[in-house]
Design a protein around this ligand. Structure first.
Ligand code: ADP
Length: 492
């Protein structure tokens, strides 16, 4: 608040200062003209008087030396102070010089000059009254009166006032009155005019500046629009290139996966046959020493096939060729199958496999194979990362959706990985620790599949306590198991 007031006061000072400068500027111009005119006038007058004095015997030219000197000195002093930017001192130097000049006319014993002195004084008051304030003008007249009487009285011992001179002094008083009256009003009018002019000049400058600003911002805006247009075009181009690259990548992955699957199926098939079907080899049993390595070949083959299948899915998603067949899906058989697969996945780990499902299982809309794929991925992740505790399947039917969740008591996932693990080839900390166990594709594919089935996937997890992955599917509205549906049917 104080700062605002201070700023306001400061700006007032600035305005008044600039006003003073401006008014003084005008007056300075006037005074500049005046001293030049006075100097020229007095010099010409002095020259004329010299010629006159030379031709006439009664005129004494020496009487005029002092007034001329005073006037010349006053003019030069005025010039000096004006140059030094001291307007007031210059005005007073000019005024006092002229008064001294008029006063020096009263010193010689010449009735002509003594009479002329007050008349010249009147003229001086008229001239200077326009340059000074009313108070200063009155002070000047007072000085003028003193200068008309005192010097002659002191030097000659007599008051040099003739009848005409006395009349001149009375006229001087009238002139003062007139000047103060007129100049007072003139001053306010002039000040007002000057102030208006100053304001107008200020407004014009501001307007000019604002126009320049507006023009500048228009230009800037134009430039920005052009830049934006260019960036948009570049973005369009980049998007087209990215889409093309994505399609190429998809096509390449699809071809490569396909080519890899044929030999891989042979590896898996033959190793499985060698392990489990000795009758294919005329019942010649496989030496025990070969068993472990062959099992490794078989398991690695299966693992590789899983990854290749995932890549194939992802590439199909990339080129928009992965299709899902949406239909009503009964979750019960899928869940049953998953639970028995889960037993195998947990193997010997001390993990309890639980299910918390409603008595009447709700139906969902989706592609049964893909629904199973998504849930199996969540289950195998839970089994892979959990060492002990429990894995729980939960089904919660809502009005228009069904939420299936898989919770585990595994290591948990730090919050900073909650989003990235849904991106292809991204593994969280737990995934990196078991580097060879996964590809980082499962959750990315699940997310894409759920998008295709109008579903969603998200998680809640606390490091050290476990994770819960939620999957939502659209609920099948004509599900005979849904309570509201049954109630409606009853009503009809
Ligand atoms: P991956 O083949 O690596 O399992 P996913 O896409 O299925 O690929 O999972 C991505 C990452 O998410 C995993 O590497 C792992 O770090 C993390 N993750 C997924 N499920 C779990 C879980 N139940 N517990 C802990 N971490 C998990």
């Amino acid at each position: 608040m104080a700062a605002v007031e201070a700023a306001a006061t400061q700006s007032d000072i600035d305005v008044s200062q600039s006003k003073l400068t401006f008014v003084d500027e005008i007056r300075t111009d006037r005074l500049d003209t005046l001293w030049k005119t006075t100097l020229a006038f007095v010099l010409i007058l002095a020259w004329l008087l010299l010629i006159l004095a030379a031709s006439s015997s009664d005129a004494d030219a020496s009487d005029l030396v002092l007034p001329v000197i005073f006037t010349v000195v006053a003019s030069l002093a005025t010039r000096f102070f004006l140059k030094a930017d001291r307007y007031h001192v210059a005005t007073w130097a000019y005024s006092l010089g002229l008064i001294a000049s008029a006063s020096s006319l009263t010193i010689p014993e010449s009735p002509d000059l003594n009479t002329a002195a007050p008349m010249i004084g009147i003229l001086i008051i008229f001239i200077i009254g326009m340059l000074l304030s009313v108070k200063e003008t009155v002070l000047l007249v007072f000085l003028m009166y003193l200068s008309m009487i005192l010097p002659a009285w002191i030097l000659r011992g007599e008051i040099p006032v003739t009848t005409t001179g006395g009349f001149g002094l009375v006229l001087m008083a009238v002139a003062t009155l007139l000047v103060t009256q007129v100049s007072g009003e003139l001053f306010s009018i002039a000040e007002w005019a000057l102030e208006s002019y100053r304001k107008e000049r200020e407004t014009a400058t501001k307007l000019h500046e604002s126009r320049a600003e507006v023009e500048k911002s228009l230009l800037k805006q134009k430039n920005l629009t052009m830049q934006l247009q260019q960036i948009n075009e570049e973005l369009d181009e980049a998007r087209r290139a990215a889409e093309l690259a994505k399609q190429f990548r998809g096509q390449f992955l699809a071809n490569m996966s396909h080519e890899l699957r044929t030999p891989l199926n042979a590896i898996i098939g033959f190793s499985e046959t060698m392990l489990n079907f000795p009758m294919m080899y005329d019942n010649v049993p496989l030496p025990k020493e070969y068993h472990q390595d062959l099992e490794r070949i078989y398991n690695s083959g299966r693992h590789l096939l899983g990854i290749i299948n995932d890549i194939l899915d992802l590439s199909k998603i990339d080129v928009g060729r992965l299709e899902v067949e949406i239909q009503p899906v009964d979750l019960e058989p899928i869940l049953k199958g998953l639970l028995s697969t889960g037993v195998g996945l947990i193997a010997t780990k001390p993990i309890e496999l639980r299910r918390e499902t409603p008595e009447k299982m709700p139906m969902v809309l989706g592609d049964p194979l893909r629904v199973r794929q998504v849930l199996l991925n969540l289950l195998s992740n839970a089994a892979k990362f959990t060492e002990e505790g429990a894995i729980t399947f939960k089904v919660v039917p809502e009005d228009e959706r069904v939420i299936v969740s898989v919770s585990d008591t595994g290591p948990g996932i730090p919050p900073e990985h909650h989003e990235s693990i849904f991106q292809a080839f991204q593994q969280g900390e737990s995934g990196r620790k078991m580097k060879r166990e996964g590809s980082g594709l499962g959750l990315a594919i699940s997310k894409e599949l759920l998008t295709l089935m109008n579903g969603d996937i998200w998680l809640e997890s606390e490091v050290g306590k476990g994770s819960t992955f939620y999957v939502s599917f659209p609920r099948y509205m004509h599900d005979p198991n849904a309570e509201w549906e049954t109630a409606e049917e009853h009503a009809s």
